[in-house]
Design a protein around this ligand. Sequence first.
Ligand code: NVA
Length: 308
Amino acid sequence: MSLSHFLADDQLSKTQILGLIALAKDIKQHPTSYNQKLAGKSVAMIFEKPSLRTHVSFDMGINKLGGHALYLGQQNGKLGERERVSDYAKNLSCYADAIVARVFENSAIEGLAQHASVPVINALCNVYHPCQALADFVTLSEHFTDLSAVKLAYIGDGNNVSNSLMLMAAILGVDFTLICPEGHSPSAVMLTKVQQLANASGSVFTFTSNINNIGKQDAIYTDTWVSMGDENSSEKANILAKFMPYQVNHQLMDKAQASIVMHCQPAHLEEEITTALFDDEEKSVVFQEAENRMWAQCAVLVSLFANE
Ligand code: NVA
């Protein structure tokens, strides 16, 4: 399988996603078989926002594939300010074999992909976090033999993480329940897109603001109530009060009879998830998700270079 870019979950087919999941698991099991796949290749990694897992998992993953990663932090400011996104893309294409970018605006990712002559990977923007969703479905496939029978719920802020997760679920045919407080839903365009994809795959997509409608779930997922770039300290108290009924804790897990809890991290303990649940070694798969970021991204990189 070959890809030209890895930008947004809804640009991938079910076959491509399943192929990436299988490849990620194979690289995880047999890393030495892939240790020359990126030999002689350099990957430029642009980070407009902070990162721990994404930065380290890309850097170490690229190293495991025999390639070289270059970290470009915020010293060049916001993309598009010091020089045009198109010029940034064209310059990096002179040196790099691929570009990984974590950006504020999805338009910057699209601009990079439009103007770069090398593959671009979205390492998080305001709309999508496809590397995370891919790693999460690798993790789910390690816990449940039949992915299509999994029931997954996301509770909290409708954001980049929930967008990518529900798009991928809908494409894969995974039943997905999205529960967001009123005023914190994804865009209407995103909800329509997910519903259309769910209709096509035959999965059930449920969207509600009523936490009591959680129903029976296999896995419950949550993320920060305030994403990077959305911080507004004067609103913090309101957000906490509004979201507290949506906290993911043992009581909610029991109510939904869910066996695993997921979080992309960083976690805000005692806000979106209790410390006791996050640290529960029976139920919490958060570090498995973190590890799978590296294998999932290795699968993306290997696939991007497969057509050479
Ligand atoms: N929704 C979070 C994800 C962090 C990995 C954010 O964008 O800040």
